[in-house]
Design a protein around this ligand. Structure first.
Ligand code: SF4
Length: 220
């Protein structure tokens, strides 16, 4: 199995962009174009709240760790878990400086409400797969917390979801190595796209965003 070097790592959060629209992911992660809009700013505020100053908090049999960095050599990704809950369990692992054994349970904060598409589920599953590789333990489920509904959606890390994570990441690595940005594919998703103003889907069906910016602003 291929092992990725650290400099080849992609951002875990990119998998939700890639699943939403391959071009959106490439514009952000390959071409480094980004534009804040209300949705992304709201999302960042939620993440800031999740990554507040409290790094760990112990309440009874629940140890909560915020902003935990994770990575995987096998998947070639790195990122940060909003929250990892460690639940006291005899099937868990030992943690430095803590008595007993603990089972990790990742929780990711999202604005909005639960979606039919798997984009958010892929992200939390990818985080869990990183935790598994780092902690040498199997993780069966985690949760997505949605700001609009203020509820958690439990996500089961099924073999199908794990396979989808692996195949999407393999495709992302291929695009990244090639510096490839897919062409516009107009759809309903374009209306909710955070970088619609940069992609200009109707005007630029056949033009790369980098070329568009260069032409628009007179750069070479
Ligand atoms: S505007 Fe549409 S095609 Fe362009 S990046 Fe967004 S979702 Fe993809």
């Amino acid at each position: 199995m291929k092992k990725y070097e650290e400099e080849e790592y992609l951002q875990i959060s990119g998998i939700q962009h890639f699943s939403f629209c391959r071009r959106q992911w490439a514009l952000i992660h390959v071409e480094n174009l980004w534009k804040d809009n209300l949705r992304t700013i709201e999302g960042e505020l939620m993440h800031e709240r999740a990554h507040d100053k409290t790094v760990t908090e112990l309440r009874g049999d629940l140890l909560t760790v915020r902003g935990m960095p994770v990575f995987s050599n096998e998947l070639g990704v790195s990122g940060t878990c909003d929250i990892v809950e460690f639940r006291r369990s005899e099937n868990g692992i030992s943690l430095v400086g803590r008595a007993g054994t603990w089972l990790p349970y990742p929780v990711e904060y999202k604005r909005g409400r639960p979606k039919a598409e798997d984009a958010d589920r892929l992200q939390i599953c990818c985080q869990a797969m990183c935790l598994e590789e780092m902690l040498l333990i199997e993780i069966f489920e985690g949760s997505l917390y949605y700001g609009e509904t203020r509820h958690r959606e439990v996500v089961e890390f099924t073999p199908t979801l794990r396979d989808l994570v692996r195949s999407e990441l393999a495709e992302m690595h291929k695009y990244f190595e090639q510096g490839y940005t897919p062409k516009v594919r107009i759809g309903n998703h374009c209306r909710a796209c955070s970088i619609n103003a940069l992609c200009l889907p109707k005007l630029n069906k056949n033009l790369s965003a980098t070329k568009y910016v260069a032409e628009r602003f007179g750069e070479d």
